[in-house]
Design a protein around this ligand. Structure first.
Ligand SMILES: Cc1ncc(COP(=O)(O)O)c(C=O)c1O
Length: 478
């Protein structure tokens, strides 16, 4: 341990680095924390202090830091092939990963018995839902989440152009959604903090009301709220389907928008509406994929497959940037023609399908396949829920919600009216600061304190994480 090294590194950092999603001025009072090593759920600073990574380093570190199987795969791959461009060349890791992703991708399933009763719930009439059109058979690689979203948006738009429907130029997204920071991804994002400044540069999507259960009417269940929102979406589609390429959603949990959660029936009904109005469905599982919500993919809980599935973050177990967009043979076929037809998807990123990243992803998927990770997650989710339950009675907590291993606590100024704390008071920042003092990385989203720990967390570590969060909440609202 070397406290002076930590201090020197922090000073050198602040002299040259401009950090992401940060008002650098904050670091006049907030410490910059140089991290020397990591293992499992723990990050260790150069001063020897340990921090429980309760947010999986921006939701990337799926299985825990430096998972031995991923580390071994990376070392092995480095001895063989570092990188080769994926245009004109290929390699085993990219091929094997694409085969595996296609194998495990959510499959279209018949709706559950009751889902046909609601608005858009399994009432599909379009022939596309009756065929295998929604089977995801093709993988297009990119190298981070936002670029995967760009690929999906461009592919959908370009598909409609290639099939002679060039009038389709718009997208529908949900209020409160977050899909990334590049201009296309930011266009379909509805988080004012990130979007408003750049609004003049962005596309003009249509925002449909989110099925967010926190915003449900008094006495309305999450399922009822989802049905009501599907009704509103139907009305939007009736007006705009002719000019719409796709609807993009974060299945089950709108993460960066405040961990807003909704009923899986919305996904079932959404799929049916997309079929009925012949609009693509883009599922952005960048944050929720790979077991986070209790199933391997969140779409499975709505028993649906999208036309485009965006994956990244946990894909490589949090070791290297990589993303993938899965789509159907029908979409692929619309681009397949003689070069002169001008139908090709001429989109690329230099590190698309990097072999080392693909090997990390293969190792991650093999752990998910061969070890009882999802079963253990379900046990951990029950434990986490039990630890958080007392917070429901807290005078400044309006909601404690959870989907799998994502849990969130909504802090409010007034519990009865749900009046939020003004954003300028930065209550969440106080929770963050308290967490760091006690050795837990909590990074609230405004007034929402949330937990998205690596899957290797133990029940004792959950207890510590929640205990520190509750202390932080008490300090922050006092
Ligand atoms: C749902 C979702 N989509 C897209 C992104 C963007 O991914 P990246 O930060 O890798 O660009 C994120 C990042 O948080 C996300 O949560």
């Amino acid at each position: 341990m070397d406290t002076s090294l930590a201090t020197r590194l922090a000073a050198r950092d602040l002299a040259v680095i401009w950090h992401p999603c940060t008002q650098m001025h904050d670091h006049e009072t907030l410490p910059m924390l140089p991290i020397a090593s990591a293992e499992g759920v723990w990050l260790t600073g150069h001063d020897g202090k340990r921090y429980l990574d309760a947010v999986s380093s921006w939701w990337t570190c799926l299985l825990g830091h430096r998972h031995p199987r991923i580390v071994a795969a990376l070392k092995d791959q480095l001895d063989k092939l570092d990188h080769v461009m994926l245009a004109g060349f290929t390699h085993e890791p990219a091929i094997e990963l694409a085969e595996e992703l296609v194998r495990i991708a959510p499959k279209p399933m018949s709706p559950p018995p009751l889902a046909g009763k609601g608005e858009g719930g399994g009432t599909a009439t379009n022939h596309r839902s009756q065929t295998d059109d929604h089977v995801l058979r093709r993988v297009f690689y990119a190298d981070n989440g936002s670029s995967a979203v760009e690929v999906a948006l461009k592919l959908s738009f370009h598909y409609w152009k290639n099939v002679g429907r060039a009038e389709r130029t718009r997208f529908i997204a949900l209020t409160g959604s977050y899909h990334g920071e590049t201009l296309g991804a930011l266009s379909v994002t509805d988080v004012a903090l990130y979007r408003n400044t750049y609004a003049p540069l962005l596309l003009d999507p249509i925002f449909a009301p989110s099925p967010d259960a926190y915003a449900s009417e008094p006495g309305e269940s999450a399922a009822d709220c989802a049905r009501r929102r599907l009704g509103e979406l139907r009305a939007i589609l009736a007006r705009h389907a002719h000019e719409t390429c796709a609807i993009i959603v974060e299945p089950l949990v709108q993460c960066a928008g405040g961990m807003r959660m909704y009923d899986a029936g919305y996904l079932t009904g959404l799929r049916a509406l997309c079929d009925e109005f012949d609009v693509h469905l883009i599922a952005d599982e960048i944050a929720v994929g790979f077991g986070r919500t209790g199933t391997l993919f969140a779409c499975e809980q709505g028993r649906i497959a999208p036309d485009f599935l965006c994956l990244s973050k946990g894909l490589t177990g949090g070791t290297l940037p990589l993303s993938a967009v899965l789509t159907t043979q029908e979409v692929y076929a619309a681009f397949y023609a003689e070069y002169a037809a001008g139908k090709a998807f001429l989109h690329s990123h230099s590190y698309t399908g990097n072999p080392i990243a693909c090997r990390a992803a293969l190792a991650t998927l093999s752990v998910l396949r061969e070890e009882p990770v999802l079963e253990r997650n379900r046990m951990l989710a029950v434990h986490l829920a039990a630890k958080l339950a007392p917070l429901a009675d807290h005078p400044h907590v309006a909601d404690v919600r959870q989907t799998g291993l994502i849990a969130a606590v909504e802090l409010v100024r007034d519990k009865a009216t749900r009046d939020p704390f003004p954003a300028a008071e930065r209550r969440g920042l106080r929770v963050y600061q308290h967490g760091l003092e006690r050795g837990v990385v909590l990074r609230p989203l405004g007034n929402v304190v949330y937990f998205m720990p690596p899957f290797c967390i133990t029940p004792d570590e959950i207890d510590f994480m929640v205990e520190v969060a509750i202390e932080g909440i008490d300090r922050a609202v006092g």
